[in-house]
Write a protein that binds this ligand. Structure first.
Ligand code: CP
Length: 313
């Protein structure tokens, strides 16, 4: 019997809290594997994972590739820019083509919100959403949550502040769904032009003043400022953004002394976060990348029929 409610991972909005806990517990066992000198187990031998990316990626694509390889799956990467997508082949035809070659899991990144869901309705294999437009990026949120759990142990009552371009952020949306389901108190802060209307309906507190939003924070999740948005006039200038919302040591004084700083990457150093914070012991940005491999191993394992892994905590 399948351990998770769905055999796809399309977003955290509809994932039950107990499934999120199962994924995080399984990722913990997977992290033990990637901390070994020989990072290879035979668990997914004979299984095939295809990454299908219509947008650029460093972390997500590479970590899915490695996650599959560490579990002994055959992994193949297909980039829209070098495939028959350039000849006009549709997303569904492309996915059905790789499925016909034997894919058990298709990992999709696509600029259109809802692309992964459409794909899941049109193929028999499992689909994992690796980021769909401004909708969701569930594996990023899961790795963020895994990292938070490593440092803070429990989500109940934990104050998490998400800073920056909330409007265009699939990372923010997935974090909000996941963290609130496990009992965290989530706040969002950014310029009014970068806050979605009615975001408070997702159960978050909303601020435009950074120091107010950081007061008593246990975790600060700093979002990448999407430089491409500057052309749309959503904030006056990078210098202005950095002055009002950039995370530096002075700003961290408003948060708890043991505040944890995370960032999904890629970072714009000196814009949304300064190096003195990004490279400090308060930040877990490199651990997030490592944890991304563990979380993606857990998902590949669970979606291909892996059984629940019991952990001590
Ligand atoms: N955080 C994240 O999704 O990074 P990439 O775009 O490099 O995959």
């Amino acid at each position: 019997m399948a351990v998770l409610k769905s055999n796809h991972m399309l977003g955290l909005q509809h994932v039950p809290p107990e499934d999120i806990i199962t994924i995080l517990d399984t990722a913990s066992a997977m992290k033990d594997i990637i901390c070994r000198k020989i990072k290879k187990v035979p668990t997914l031998r004979g299984r095939t994972v295809v990454t299908l990316f219509y947008e650029n990626s460093t972390r997500t694509k590479t970590s899915f590739d490695l996650a599959g390889k560490y579990l002994s799956a055959d992994t193949v990467g297909l980039s829209a820019s070098t495939s028959s997508v350039q000849k006009g082949e549709s997303l569904i035809d492309t996915a059905r083509t790789v499925e016909a070659m034997g894919a058990d899991v298709v990992v999709l990144r696509h600029p259109a919100a809802g692309a992964a869901e459409i794909l899941a309705k049109n193929v028999k294999c499992s689909v994992i959403n690796a980021g769909d437009g401004i909708h969701e990026h569930p594996t990023q949120a899961l790795l963020d949550m895994f990292t938070i759990k490593e440092y803070k142990k429990s989500f109940k009552g934990l104050k998490v502040t998400i800073v920056g371009d909330i409007l265009h952020s699939r990372v923010a949306r997935s974090n909000i769904w996941g963290l609130t389901k496990l009992g965290a108190e989530v706040s969002v802060v950014g310029p009014a032009t970068l806050l979605p209307p009615e975001i408070e309906k997702l159960g978050v507190k909303v601020y435009t003043d950074l120091e107010e939003a950081l007061a008593g924070a246990d975790v600060i999740n700093v979002l990448r400022i999407q430089l491409e948005r500057q052309k749309q006039g959503l904030f006056p200038s990078l210098r202005e953004y950095s002055r009002l919302y950039g995370i530096n040591n002075r700003r961290l004084k408003a948060a708890k002394e043991d505040v944890l700083v995370i960032h999904p990457g890629p970072m714009n150093r000196g814009v949304e976060i300064v190096s003195e914070v990004a490279d400090s012991s308060r930040a877990a940005i490199n651990e997030q990348v490592t944890n991304g491999v563990a979380v993606r191993m857990a998902l590949l394992y669970l979606l291909t029929g892996g059984e629940k892994v019991e952990t001590a905590n």
